[in-house]
Design a protein. Structure first.
Length: 365
């Protein structure tokens, strides 16, 4: 059975509320739970189409739900309505300039978790402790007024704290599908069947996936310092679902099938009704240190010759820049410095010197 929950996280200047709408599916045959959110960045809307397919599938097949699933489309209503002409500018708070996905908190940073190292506990007790810690930070906001950045992001962290599996749905600019994977999840992440994996350190970088797994990383360190071994029973990922400012419901059906397959593997659902749309893939992966950015060597008009998902050899043309600064050098070609796999490129063909152009994987396997 589906339950709808509404949380008010802000108010516009005309007094209309900014609200989150959460769709809860509750099963009673498993203690496993998942939280899936989309569209924290205003222009990154494809995840909403993926959630649509999951939502419709679960509504039509309520008996397959074993654990608990919470779906949150349009997780940042303020970002979604921040427009400049036809373009959505909601990657950053337009007032403060802060990146909405770099505002989460490392809840247990510089805090002792020795109490868990000294006694027996289960994961639900730790999750309750984490949620209480987030509540304390939310309460602390009230004294001088609720900072809109912190208020939204702490609420999202609180929802995520109740889950065992957190999937944060994003997109690139012009991009292929790829996945951010914590080192400790390198093997488990293969159940998501994404074609490209960026392996990140088990460290805090202020994004949702990192904010969600860091409490468990801190717990593991505390237990190991007491001589105990501990396998983290928690997973969180950032899923990049193609390009921003567009939705593609046919592609979203294939992406939703992968997520449903993952939920099946984690025993949160008993079967995957989208199985016929599932594409099993062996990922190509690289370390974050091998994820390189090409910056514009000059201002001008850029043509992107390599497409996301394409493998490019060293010396092959990546992009060319048209500039009228020098009549003898109007069009310059620029080549790949190493063998690489294209992950994304920026959306605009009108660039200044120093702008990001391409992000690529090198030394991938």
């Amino acid at each position: 059975m589906m339950k709808l929950e509404t949380i008010t996280i802000g108010q516009q200047g005309n007094a209309n509320p900014l609200e989150l709408r959460l769709f809860h599916f509750e099963g009673h045959k498993s203690d496993q739970s998942a939280f899936i959110q989309a569209n924290v960045h205003g222009a990154e809307i494809q995840g909403n189409a993926v959630i649509y397919h999951i939502l419709v599938t679960l509504k039509a097949n309520p008996d397959i739900v074993r654990g608990n699933i919470t779906l949150l489309p349009q997780a940042n209503p303020l970002a979604a309505i921040t427009k400049m002409g036809t373009w959505t500018l909601g990657r950053f708070n337009s007032v403060t300039g802060d990146n909405w996905n770099r505002l989460y908190k490392d809840i247990f940073a510089n805090q002792s978790l020795d109490q868990f190292a000294k006694k027996d506990f289960d994961k639900e007790q730790f999750k309750a402790y984490l949620e209480k810690a987030i509540d304390q930070k939310l309460f602390a906001l009230k004294e001088y007024g609720e900072n809109e950045n912190a208020f939204l992001n702490l609420h999202l962290q609180k929802i995520a704290a109740r889950a065992d599996y957190v999937l944060d749905l994003h997109t690139g600019p012009i991009a292929c599908d790829y996945l951010y994977v914590a080192e400790y999840l390198t093997e488990k992440s293969k159940d998501l069947n994404f074609p490209h994996h960026l392996i990140i350190p088990n460290e805090f970088g202020m994004a949702m996936d990192e904010a969600s797994f860091m409490p468990w990383v801190h717990l593991k360190k505390a237990l190991e310092n007491s001589g105990k071994t501990y396998d983290i029973p928690f997973e969180s990922y950032t899923l990049e679902l193609g390009s921003e400012e567009v939705i593609n419901t046919k592609l979203a059906l294939k992406q939703a099938a992968k997520i449903m397959h993952y939920l099946l593997k984690r025993e949160i659902i008993s079967e995957n009704p989208l199985e016929e749309h599932l594409i099993l893939e062996t990922p190509k992966a690289c370390l974050l240190s091998d994820y390189k950015t090409y910056y514009a060597p000059k201002g001008g008009l850029v043509e992107y010759h390599a497409k996301p998902g394409q493998e490019v050899k060293k010396g092959e043309i990546l992009f060319s820049i048209l500039s009228f600064e020098d009549p003898e050098r109007l069009l310059e070609e620029h080549k790949a410095k190493k063998d690489c796999l294209i992950i994304n490129h920026t959306t605009s063909g009108n660039i200044r010197k120093g702008m990001e152009l391409y992000q690529v994987m090198e030394n991938y396997q």
